[in-house]
Write a protein that binds this ligand. Structure first.
Ligand SMILES: NC(=O)c1ccc[n+]([C@@H]2O[C@H](COP(=O)([O-])OP(=O)(O)OC[C@H]3O[C@@H](n4cnc5c(N)ncnc54)[C@H](OP(=O)(O)O)[C@@H]3O)[C@@H](O)[C@H]2O)c1
Length: 343
């Protein structure tokens, strides 16, 4: 029975949800794929690090506050040191997104790939800032670099374009890619103040570590840039997306839209223009006949415009750390499948 060892870099909402999901699916992993796992290392920003080649107790790691208290070995000097020394078949990178440079996640991923680990991440930063380098490095080392959860959590977005849609030409897309701002606009429409709506979003774990990443449209811009870079083949940085957040949307504007039977949404679009792509994130009033009108609460949506399927839409309902964790698990299985390691 193959046993794989896993290193978790970043152990917040998503990292913890992933360990809970692994626990829940461990019988299925064993019965379906003859696969077991152990967690050999954890690195965080302010809650310490731990390394144990024999495997950490999954229950204990979900309860402890400071990971260095679990250490039987000398503490790694840095996250990179842990990735360099800890035995691992997979490194899961789930540290906070850095929309400006993608760091330090790019360095974490580069180090893991050089050590011949598969890398799976929900972090969009390294996808937009390091995609071409990291994919090439993964191929050079015979490993996978997968990031299904980086856009629309566990919903299959990138993988749909791998096998189910061969030879498709993607002309563009329209969508609501940031569930947090969609939730905030909905709460404000129901009479909550902007501040109350942001606190509510934080309390259910759907904001980025820094909520201004969502509110100012950065999260949506990074996701749009990731889709353009990976699926449309045109490298795009979030800074190149024409971006406006939701801070300027007032209760009066929401009431005016409501009176006209419309709703405000933070809409992402990308359109191919010759060899280039123009991408935008901007609040818009949408009419009831738009598919975006019915995307409420924390739901998110993307409609792809392709040469063969003119409007292929994917909706994700109630996303959160648990659905994100599923994307990580699916990537893990797909990386093992690609290596012919699963029965
Ligand atoms: N939440 C979601 O549903 C969701 C959905 C899709 C994608 N994502 C992405 O998934 C990633 C993680 O999200 P999250 O909600 O789990 O965030 P989170 O709860 O804020 O957790 C972030 C984790 O990263 C650690 N960390 C901070 N700086 C680090 C560094 N330099 N090196 C290593 N670890 C570091 C933090 O440690 P300390 O707490 O000790 O600082 C914490 O353990 C983000 O990139 C996010 O964009 C999240």
């Amino acid at each position: 029975m193959p046993e794989i060892s896993l290193i978790l870099v970043g152990f917040g909402n998503v990292g913890k949800a992933f360990v809970r999901l692994l626990q829940r699916k461990s019988d299925l992993l064993r019965d379906r794929y003859d696969l077991t796992y152990r967690i050999t290392g954890i690195a965080t920003g302010r809650h310490g690090m731990v390394m144990d080649p024999d495997g950490l107790d999954p229950q204990k790691i979900l309860e402890v506050e400071d990971f260095s208290t679990l250490s039987r070995l000398p503490q790694p000097s840095s996250v990179i040191d842990l990735i360099q020394r800890c035995p691992g078949d997979f490194m899961f990178e789930n540290s906070p997104v850095n929309h400006e440079t993608g760091q330090p996640a790019i360095d974490h991923i580069r180090t893991a790939l050089q050590r011949k680990m598969h890398v799976v991440t929900a972090n969009k930063g390294p996808v937009v800032h390091g995609y071409h380098e990291l994919i090439a490095l993964a191929a050079e080392n015979g490993r996978s670099f997968l990031f299904e959860s980086a856009v629309m959590d566990g919903a299959p977005i990138f993988s749909v374009f791998r096998e189910p849609l061969p030879l498709t030409e993607l002309h563009g897309f329209t969508g609501i890619l940031n569930s947090c701002t969609n939730f905030i606009l909905g709460m404000m429409d129901e009479g909550k103040s902007f501040e109350e709506a942001v606190s509510l979003a934080q309390s259910i774990g759907i904001t980025e570590t820094d909520p201004s990443e969502d509110i100012d449209g950065w999260d949506a811009a990074v996701k749009a840039a990731a889709l353009v870079t990976v699926l449309m083949g045109v490298p795009m940085k979030p800074q190149q997306v024409d971006r406006t957040g939701i801070r300027s949307i007032t209760p009066i504007m929401l009431a005016e839209a409501r009176a006209a039977g419309e709703r405000w949404k933070l809409v992402c679009t990308a359109v191919r223009e010759g060899d280039d792509v123009h991408a935008r994130v901007v609040p818009q009033r949408v009419r009831p006949d738009s598919p975006l009108f019915a995307i409420n609460g924390t739901n998110s949506y993307v409609q792809f415009h392709t040469d063969v399927l003119p409007g292929l839409g994917i909706i994700e309902s109630d996303p959160g750390p648990e659905t994100t964790a599923y994307g990580l698990l699916a990537d893990m299985i797909n990386a093992l499948r690609a290596k012919g390691m699963l029965k």
